[in-house]
Design a protein around this ligand. Structure first.
Ligand code: ADP
Ligand code: MG
Length: 360
């Protein structure tokens, strides 16, 4: 079995989420077997993998296969809250517990009661919160901030990390006792480049998925495009693949994706590639990749539009409002530049003929 339907994945998240999980490569199948064996147990689990390898998806799948599947699955990114808020977010607070606590509020543990709590980026949890988390796991109860009454909780914890927690323990950023508590059942998600048998099945899956969403006719990948996908190193893993396919569908012609439609930027210096990006200094390429990866992590709505808008706006300003130069800088026609600038509100929509006058 390699394709699984995930009935509720769509309602549960805001971004495009797979309703089908692709596990074709032998390594992934092995992994899937392990997940299926672990899921029905009540053991807490730790999922380890680079960004975009499917950690959250696997956590949802574990929940789905457990006896808790009808109860809530709550996903929390530990790095998303300022340190001062983590405690009340996780464990809740009573009215008046701190300035601004105008009403009492349940934390994520209570919200997940009976179900599964997914703590993403657990390595980002401040040390003092790690102590409290450990206590909650041991006592199986939470105490809201500003309260003394413990509330019993029945939560299975699935944590995820993209940093090596053992190194973090050595460096003093992560508590050893919590590490061992979480380390009972570990699931390592290999990076996409180490499970090449997944690349084309995933690509095809995303082609169909996004064609449907965009209301496009079914598109295909040309054999050359497939080869390009297979030779890329995928530093952003499955998320990067999904974004590359999404973008390719927007620009491809005749419902067929060609290699030129696939914009793949490699963080490592590329060997003998003639694409313009390869001549960029590696450092700026890497920081661009890193900035984008940080945005992908946030799961923003309409991210592609947002990035495109930023490119046009900043390039236009860099060229002091000159459309022709903006086009040259970006290597695209001035007409495209003008159309995009209008769309993003940097220019008044052109009335017929007005284009002749506006040389700016
Ligand atoms: N096995 C898979 N089959 C289909 N889609 C997947 C699979 N694994 C991950 N994805 C998709 O890839 C994207 C990144 O997965 P996610 O779980 O958010 O990764 P992570 O939490 O490791 O950064 C999501 O859109 C997810 O739906
Ligand atoms: Mg994630």
């Amino acid at each position: 079995m390699s394709l699984l339907t995930h009935p509720h994945a769509r309602e549960l998240t805001k971004s495009v989420r797979a309703t089908v999980l692709v596990f074709k490569d032998p390594r992934s199948q092995e992994l899937l077997n392990r997940i299926e064996r672990l899921a029905p147990s009540e053991a807490n689990a730790l999922i380890i993998g680079e960004t975009g390898t499917g950690k959250e998806l696997v956590a949802r799948h574990i929940h789905h296969l457990s006896r808790r599947s009808k109860a809530p699955f709550v996903a929390v990114n530990c790095g998303a809250f300022p340190e001062s808020l983590v405690e009340s977010e996780l464990f809740g607070h009573e009215k008046g517990a701190f300035t601004g606590a105008t009403s009492s509020k349940a934390g994520w543990f209570e919200a997940a009661n009976g179900g599964t709590l997914f703590l993403d980026e657990i390595g980002d949890l401040p040390l003092n919160m790690q102590v409290k988390l450990l206590r909650v796991l041991q006592e199986r109860e939470v105490v809201r901030l500003g309260s003394r009454t413990p509330i019993p909780i029945d939560v299975r914890l699935v944590a995820a990390t993209n940093v090596n927690l053992a190194d973090a323990v050595v460096a003093g950023h992560f508590r050893e006792d919590l590490f061992y508590r979480l380390h009972v059942a570990t699931i390592r998600l290999p990076p996409l480049r180490e499970r090449p048998g997944d690349i084309l099945p995933l690509a095809e899956f995303f082609v169909n998925e996004h064609c449907q969403r965009l209301g496009y006719q079914r598109a295909t990948l040309s054999p050359e495009a497939e080869r390009k996908l297979l030779t890329h190193s995928w530093p952003g893993n499955i998320r990067e693949l999904e974004n590359a396919i999404h973008h390719a569908l927007l620009v491809c012609r005749n419902q067929q994706v060609q290699p030129g439609d696939l914009q793949l930027a490699d963080m490592r210096p590329s060997l003998g590639r003639a694409e313009p990006l390869a001549s960029l200094p590696v450092a700026s390429e890497a920081s661009l990749e890193a900035a984008l990866a940080a945005l992908y992590e946030k799961n923003l709505p309409e991210l592609y539009e947002h990035i495109e808008e930023t490119i046009f706006r900043t390039a236009y300003r860099f060229c002091h409002g000159n459309q022709l130069q903006t086009g040259r800088l970006l290597g695209i026609s001035r007409n495209i530049v003008r159309a995009r600038l209008e769309k993003i509100g940097e220019l008044e929509p052109s009335v017929r003929g007005a284009g002749l006058l506006s040389t700016g």
